[in-house]
Design a protein around this ligand. Sequence first.
Ligand code: UD1
Ligand code: CA
Length: 499
Amino acid sequence: MIAQESSPSPAVAAVVVLAAGQGTRMRSATPKVLHTLGGRSLLGHVLAAAEPLSAGTTVVVVGSGRDQVEAHLADVAPGALAVVQEQQRGSGHAAEVALAAVPDLEGSVLVVNGDSPLLTSRTLAGLVAAHDAAGSVFTVLTAEVDDPTGLGRIVRDERGAPRAIVEERDATDEQRAIREVNAGVYVTDAATLRRVLARIGTSNAQGEQYLTDALAPLVDGGAPTAAVRADDPDDVLGCNDRRELAERRRTLNDRVLDDLMRSGVTVVDPQTTWVDVTCSVGADAVLEPGTQLRGTTTVAGGAVVGPDTTLVDCAVAEGASVVRSHCLGAAIGPEATVGPFSYLRPGTRLERGAKVGAFVETKNVQVGEGSKVPHLSYVGDATIGRAANVGAATVFVNYDGVAKHHTTIGDQVRIGSDTMLVAPVTVGDGAYTAAGSVITADVPPGAMAVARSPQRNVAGWVRRRRSGTPAAEAAEAAERRAEAPAGDRSDAPRTHTDT
Ligand code: UD1
Ligand code: CA
């Protein structure tokens, strides 16, 4: 089953996603199809795979946790029609409910389980093409797997034609030995499926109406049917519990990293690097061990990310580096450097060559070209001009307990260490602030702002008030040295030539 990437996907009239099941085995308050891996929900992956089939209608059957599933659908597939299956009476019943909601629908329908996150558009397109080529009315996607436990088996006749799908609980020992399994993905003629579903009963181990039971009566009636093996057996793997969720997540991630490496990205340690399917990484970027790229994150060519870095919805430009940091919704400009140990929060924008260093948190701030916030600072709600330097332990005091206020720092500014910039405040181009200042008023361009109490030295305080302590002894020794005539400094430290 080969579908060329370049060939346009064959179309179907509708896609029906079965997503009403309880997902009991997940043991979760969250409906199964909303569990996530690789940046999408299970359901989101299925919808994304079906997207290129350009179905006029997409129906999603919801039931368990329907409010949550419907809200999610409104988010990821607002055009899809959610149809409620009040009681989960089986996959066949779910398909029947879906078709009843679109009574005028004719032509080919792709019916797919909502819990198969590894399905690819290529596999689905291949299935539709094979269905069309065979003139089939019911075509099931299958796979040869090493361990078929729990899955429906594909029973073929002596000529190799599909005969029936038998659920494991209802299978004979002989049937259980079959390693070709039902993927839970079908292309079928709408009218044919309506007709056959109306006749399917519930006499099976679970007392449910199985979609899989549609095949045998069609074969018996002489209708053209087909069973098509997927090229990659991983494609068809479902996800019923947390262990399978972890396995699918790993497989999906391996696929994403393989694609990246093929396209010229260095992934130093694929075992500890996790990239969502929704991210993109340019050629010659390097992902160091422990890197996680999530959401809409993009990393341009030549950038280095990691080790031990998480980027969520970030944009990293060419040649930038982000080391041991956690960044959300940040835009990191070309040649900019971040970390180690930086926390960039939404609205952070670093221009070319800007630097945010160790133990710095930023939020809603623009750091101009070549400007630096190297150490131990909080920078919130601010605009920083070009080539400015923000000294260690500076705080942009942006919150008065009720509202946030903005700080503007000009070009070539030098903010002294431990400055408090009490917003709203503006520091003009080329201005300085003295270390330890609390800046509450605007600083004109070129001025030095000093906002701290003058220093007072209380002479001899330690000798008087801390007499007998090592500090007092050190002070007294220093005083004796200062009083002794030059050349007679008996307690002066010796040098190595003085032996
Ligand atoms: C199903 C197939 C099995 C196949 C396997 C592939 C049936 C009877 N069996 O088994 O042959 O090998 O998928 O993963 O179909 N659903 C509803 N309403 C219901 C029941 C189920 O919408 O009343 C949905 C579920 O949300 C799920 C899908 O149908 O997305 C399949 O149901 P599930 O219980 O997961 O079936 P499996 O036991 O995995
Ligand atoms: Ca399943």
